[in-house]
Design a protein around this ligand. Structure first.
Ligand code: NDP
Length: 281
C-alpha cells in the first residue's frame, strides 16, 4: 500500500516557516505585501480570493484587495496594475483569472512587473524557469516540487511522465523536473499509447482535468504518483485524474484528492510573496 503524501501537513509546515520569516522581516521594518485583483463576480474566483486573503493574514502577509466591477475596461485594469507595480508596500501582484471577455488576459499578465509576478505567469518568468534560473515559480508546480522534496523523492536520473501540458501546470512542472536531472516525458491529448508511457514512469504527475483517467493498472510497481487534478463528480465528491484506490495498490507514494496538491498552491503564493519581499531588502 502506498504511503500518502499529505499536502495538508506539508502546507502547514511551510506556512509555519513563512510565518516565522515574515515575523523576522517585520522586525526589519518590512511587511510582505500581496495585491489581489478581482474583476467581476465569478463565484469560484471570489472563493479563491477570500482563501488567499485569509492565508495571507494567517502568516503575517499584508494583503490588499481590489474588487473591480465586471464591466471594467482593460485600460482601467492596466492603470491599476501600473500603480501597484510602483507601490513599495506591494511585493506580489495577483490578478485572479479568468478575466471578463472585454479584457485581454495576456496583455494584463504581461503588464505585471516581472519582479512582482507572484503567480509566475509573466513570459519573462516563464523564460527564466526554462533556462533554470527562476525568479517566481508558478504556484501549483512549485508546490508539486516541494511535496516531492518533502516526501524524500530524488528525481535525478528518474523517468518522470507528466500528463497535461498547460502553461500553468504541465509545462512548468516538466521543466522543473528536468532541472532536477529527471528524464521527462510530457504527454497530452494527442499522445499515442498513454498507458505505455505512464507505465514506464518512476514518477507520474497528472494534470489533465479528467476524472480518474489514469488507471491504477498503468502505474509501475513502486512509482510515485502526484495527482494535480481536481474534478467534481456528482454534487459534492472530488476526485483526481488518477484512479486513486487502484493506483495506491501499486505506487510507493501517492497524493490524495482532496488534501494533496490543493493545499500547496496557496502556500506557494505566500512563499513567492515572502521571497519577493526578501529580495527587496
Ligand atoms: P488544462 O485544461 O489547461 O490542460 C489539460 C491538459 O490535459 C492539456 O494539456 C490536455 O492536452 C491534456 N489532456 C486532456 N485530455 C487528455 C487525455 N485524454 N489524455 C492525455 N492528456 C489529456 O488544465 P490545467 O493544467 O489547468 O489543470 C489540470 C487539472 O489540474 C484540472 O483538474 C485542474 O482543476 C487541476 N488544477 C489543480 C490545481 C490545484 O491547486 N490543485 C491548480 C491548477 C489546476 P492538450 O494540450 O492536447 O489539449
Amino acid at each position: 500500500m502506498a504511503k500518502i503524501i499529505d499536502g495538508k501537513a506539508i502546507a502547514a509546515k511551510i506556512r509555519a516557516e513563512i510565518s516565522a520569516e515574515a515575523a523576522q522581516l517585520k522586525q526589519k521594518g518590512i511587511v510582505p505585501g500581496l495585491a489581489v485583483v478581482l474583476v467581476g463576480e465569478d463565484p469560484a474566483s471570489k472563493v479563491y480570493v477570500s482563501m488567499k486573503e485569509k492565508a495571507c493574514a494567517d502568516v503575517g502577509i499584508f494583503s490588499d484587495e481590489y474588487k473591480l466591477s465586471a464591466d471594467t475596461g482593460e485600460a482601467e485594469l492596466l492603470a491599476l496594475i501600473d500603480k501597484l507595480n510602483h507601490d513599495p508596500k506591494i511585493h506580489g501582484i495577483l490578478v485572479q483569472l479568468p478575466l471578463p471577455k472585454q479584457i485581454n488576459t495576456e496583455r494584463v499578465l504581461e503588464a505585471i512587473s516581472p519582479d512582482k509576478d507572484a503567480d509566475g505567469f509573466h513570459p519573462y518568468n516563464v523564460g527564466r524557469l526554462v533556462i533554470g534560473k527562476p525568479l517566481f515559480q508558478p504556484c501549483t508546480p512549485y508546490g508539486v516540487m516541494v511535496m516531492l522534496k518533502e516526501a524524500g523523492v530524488e528525481l535525478s536520473g528518474k523517468e518522470v511522465v507528466v500528463v497535461g501540458r498547460s502553461n500553468i501546470v504541465g509545462k512548468p512542472v516538466a521543466f522543473m523536473c528536468l532541472q532536477q536531472n529527471a528524464t521527462v516525458t510530457l504527454c497530452h491529448s494527442k499522445t499515442r499509447d498513454l498507458a505505455a508511457k505512464v507505465s514506464q514512469a518512476d514518477v507520474v504527475i497528472a494534470a489533465v482535468g479528467v476524472p480518474e483517467m489514469i488507471k491504477g493498472a498503468w502505474i509501475k510497481e513502486g512509482a510515485v504518483v502526484i495527482d494535480v487534478g481536481v474534478n467534481r463528480v456528482g454534487e459534492k465528491k472530488l476526485v483526481g485524474d488518477v484512479e486513486y484506490a487502484a493506483a495506491s495498490e501499486r505506487a510507493s507514494a501517492i497524493t490524495p484528492v482532496p488534501g494533496g496538491v490543493g493545499p500547496m498552491t496557496i502556500t506557494m503564493l505566500l512563499q513567492n510573496t515572502l521571497e519577493s519581499a526578501k529580495r527587496g531588502l
